[in-house]
Design a protein around this ligand. Structure first.
Ligand code: TYD
Ligand code: MG
Length: 455
């Protein structure tokens, strides 16, 4: 007897449970997500329609055909993150906070692709035709091959695809489209997953490059696009600070290229413009000769990026000293301040410390450690570092400065921007190659502080 079973499913990670409650998986990472009831009776079999029967064949005899063919999107920053252009039949998920600029980016890309690659169908479940038209007009005249439809029913979208035969399909957003055959609400895990699977079949079957927009919610009642990540070919995150103009497109998964690549954009009056020289952009307003300011040469994927780290260390008032960190990992900064206290002997327990990465940029890699330490030390001593210096190095708990990868690339970028000196890990200097800068190796934090700040 087939009876309708009900399951409780976490709307964040997709975990299924037999009973309601909080999700054990998400509770572990700090967010308490309610398990929501879901009926799955009709779900199976819907997405399976249309899959052709398969036949194994020797891999050396497989012809690539049209798959793997790339077209440039007309935006070099996007092409870089995609691994060299838009791949025919690929499924790309672009995630990001609401309002960060996902629709703007995709509308701009659609316009360029409509001119280069053929018909583009832009499906929006969030905005009306009028709203999108207003935005498109702000960006300039639209090409003839760019079609728009405001639609949320995925079956209707499939019918439009059959009629228009687009080369590129944009679905904005995956959380608003739904399959009427499923009982759960649009945006629930089962809807997102089944719609994603349907769109993948469509993309692969007809060679349509498909972009899906997915909102990332903090303590989401709506399904996060995480349930889609294993399904799609490429996952990009569009990030940035609400109050800064710059935006970073970051690759987190890519079946057609390397990950960790970034593309940098600036949001302006007329949409997004590419930032070809992001280091120059981030360093534009750097104060000269200020204590607590250090430039680090970080590496994002294969791309070097110079950013300015600022620290302010000042005597604490009453009680526990304050630690505030923007643009870097809070725990990492606390760890580095402890290293500075123990290994160099600065009494930071009596000091408040504020750390900020200028321009709203972010540093995530350990190679920025030495820069963070030196910024704090420079501010504590109230002595500036020389202005034409960049710093690279990972710091260990023993106060040792550890080797970093890609030193040559980092130094080249620094030289290109007019820096003349660099402090790097001693152990990275083993290859006696000639460096474009005046390079000095240091082995420990203590040594770096002595050499640079004369303490
Ligand atoms: P949008 O693309 O709608 O964000 P998302 O789709 O990720 O939710 O972008 C919305 C923001 O971008 C909005 O706050 C206004 C801003 N914006 C500009 O500053 N300039 C522009 O030319 C456009 C089109 C948007
Ligand atoms: Mg949008």
């Amino acid at each position: 007897m087939a009876r309708e079973r009900s399951t409780y499913r976490c709307q964040e990670c997709g975990l299924a449970a037999a009973k309601p409650g909080t999700c054990p998986d998400c509770a572990r990472v700090g967010t308490y997500v309610q398990l929501v009831e879901e009926r799955v009776a009709l779900a199976r079999g819907v997405a399976r329609a249309g899959v052709t029967s398969s036949r194994p064949q020797p891999i050396r005899e497989i012809s690539v055909g049209d798959g793997g063919h790339r077209v440039s999107s007309g935006m070099a920053e996007l092409d870089r993150v995609l691994g060299g252009g838009v791949v025919t039949g690929s499924l790309v998920l672009i995630g990001g906070d609401p309002g960060i600029g996902k629709s703007t980016l995709l509308l701009q890309v659609s316009r360029m692709l409509a001119e280069r690659a053929g018909p583009v169908l832009y499906v929006s479940g969030e905005e009306s035709a009028g709203q999108v038209k207003l935005r498109a007009d702000r960006l300039g005249p639209s090409p003839v091959d760019l079609y728009f439809v405001a639609e949320t029913d995925l079956q209707a979208v499939e019918a439009h695809v059959a009629a228009i035969q687009p080369r590129i399909l944009i679905v904005d957003s995956i959380q608003t489209v739904y399959l009427p055959g499923l009982e759960s609400a649009p945006g629930s895990v089962s809807q997102v997953r089944e719609c994603g699977a349907r769109l993948m079949t469509l993309a692969k079957g007809q060679g349509i490059a498909t972009f899906l927009v997915g909102h990332v919610t903090k303590e989401g009642a709506i399904a996060g696009p995480r349930v889609l990540e294993h399904l799609v070919d490429t996952v990009l995150y569009f990030e940035g600070e609400q109050h800064h103009a710059y935006r970073v497109l970051r690759g987190v998964k890519n079946r057609f290229g390397s990950t960790n690549e970034i593309g940098v954009f600036e949001m302006g009056e007329r949409g997004l413009t590419e930032v070809r020289n992001p280091s120059g952009f981030f360093l534009a307003e750097r104060p000269k000769g200020a204590a607590g300011s250090v430039v680090v040469a970080s590496l994002e994927g294969t791309r070097p990026l110079l950013v300015e780290i600022q620290a302010l260390v000042a005597p604490a008032g009453f009680g526990t000293p304050r630690r505030t960190v923007l643009g870097a990992d809070y725990n990492r900064v606390c760890l580095l301040l402890a290293v500075l206290e123990k290994r160099v002997g600065f009494p930071l327990q009596s000091q408040d410390a504020f750390v900020n990465v200028a321009g709203g940029a972010r540093v995530a890699e350990p190679a920025a450690d030495l820069g963070l330490v030196l910024a704090a030390a420079s501010s504590y001593l109230d002595r500036p570092l020389r202005g034409d210096l960049v710093v690279v190095g990972e710091v260990g708990l023993a106060g040792e400065v550890r080797a970093v990868t890609g030193l040559e690339t980092r130094l080249k970028e620094a030289a290109a921007l007019g820096f003349t000196a660099a402090v790097v890990p001693q152990s990275s200097l083993t290859d006696r190659g000639s460096h474009p800068l005046d390079v000095q190796g240091v082995g420990s934090v203590d040594e770096a502080v002595k050499v640079l700040l004369g303490s």
